[in-house]
Ligand binder design. Structure first.
Ligand code: HBI
Ligand code: FE
Length: 295
């Protein structure tokens, strides 16, 4: 888990940011401690992810040559990504307004935070830092199908804004791009950036008996609330990136949003009779948390 997904209050554009909220990465201003933090996080995840993450993610690290020490330079990443799939990485100060975020994605630009977490934030932080954004999100942008899905999501976001449906569409991002699991011939694998950039959630999402793991269904998923400040109670499992892309480009979202407006939202731990259940979670983790700190 890593970030506040949906800005509730309007954000103010920092004075140093351009109209589209981009800033220069200022790579030379990272300290040795900043680079050491990246290296520590990188090594821990690069060690634990093989066999847990979708193979396309490891391929992306390789294509983008992300195993070099230190915080990557966004311009070097962009050169390689541009060749692979036509994407770029641009630096932003933190969360950007929804419309701008969608507009960047629709134009194949990924807005990445440039700051890195401090040691006290090592396992939890609210805003997306460079490790979450670059290690978590960028490798799969080297995959042509996933790259097209991210652009389609941005285009869908711009349309959803006009239909007053950003909240519903944001759930799609949350349960796929951030916290998605995928069913492969070798078993379930991780691909969501919020999971793969978190050591603890990588174990939890794949191996813990607590959370539900449910088959992906677009309408059902968009009814489901989510937690931004703790491990998820349910993860959704896609069959393939092709399925994700096809559903997103072939679905007419306007009637879907109209249908959703007539349906109640679902709690984060609900299992419906029609769900394809990979794991029926015990919810032991969430229940224990609730006793310790009732919400
Ligand atoms: N801004 N930098 C940044 N990163 C995000 O992931 C992000 C954002 N602004 C809005 C946003 N996400 C979400 O509200 C949308 O996915 C819905
Ligand atoms: Fe993210």
């Amino acid at each position: 888990m890593a970030e506040t997904p949906h800005a509730e209050t309007p954000l103010d554009r920092p004075a140093h940011a351009a109209e589209d909220w981009t800033v220069s990465q200022d790579w030379d201003r990272y300290s040795a401690a900043d680079h050491a933090m990246w290296d520590r996080l990188f090594e821990r995840q690069a060690r634990m992810l093989p066999g847990r993450v979708v193979p396309e993610f490891m391929a992306g690290l390789d294509i983008l040559r992300m195993d070099q020490p230190g915080i990557p330079r966004f311009d070097a990443l962009s050169d390689r990504l541009m060749q692979a799939t036509g994407w770029q990485v641009v630096a932003v100060p933190g969360l950007v307004p929804d419309r701008l975020f969608f507009d960047h994605l629709a134009n194949r630009r990924f807005p990445a935070g440039r700051f890195i977490r401090t040691p006290s934030q090592e396992d939890y932080l609210e805003e997306p830092d460079v490790f979450h954004d670059v290690f978590g999100h960028v490798p799969l942008l080297a995959n042509p199908v996933f790259a097209d899905y991210m652009q389609a999501y941005g285009q869908g976001g711009l349309r959803a804004d006009g239909l007053g449906a950003i909240e519903k569409l944001a759930r799609l991002y949350w349960y796929t791009v951030e916290f998605g699991l995928i069913d492969t011939d070798e078993g379930l694998r991780l691909y969501g950036a919020g999971i793969v950039s978190s050591n603890a959630e990588s174990h939890f999402a794949l191996e813990d008996t607590s959370p539900n793991r449910l088959g992906f269904d677009l309408q059902r998923l968009m009814r489901t609330r989510y937690k931004i400040d703790d491990f998820q109670q349910s993860y959704f499992v896609i069959d393939s990136f092709d399925q994700l892309l096809r559903q997103t480009v072939e679905t007419d979202f306007a009637p879907l949003y109209a249908a959703l407006a007539q349906q109640s939202d679902l709690d984060t731990d609900t299992i419906l009779p029609g769900d394809r259940v990979f794991t029926r979670g015990t919810q032991a983790y969430a229940h224990k948390k609730m006793q310790e700190e009732p919400k």
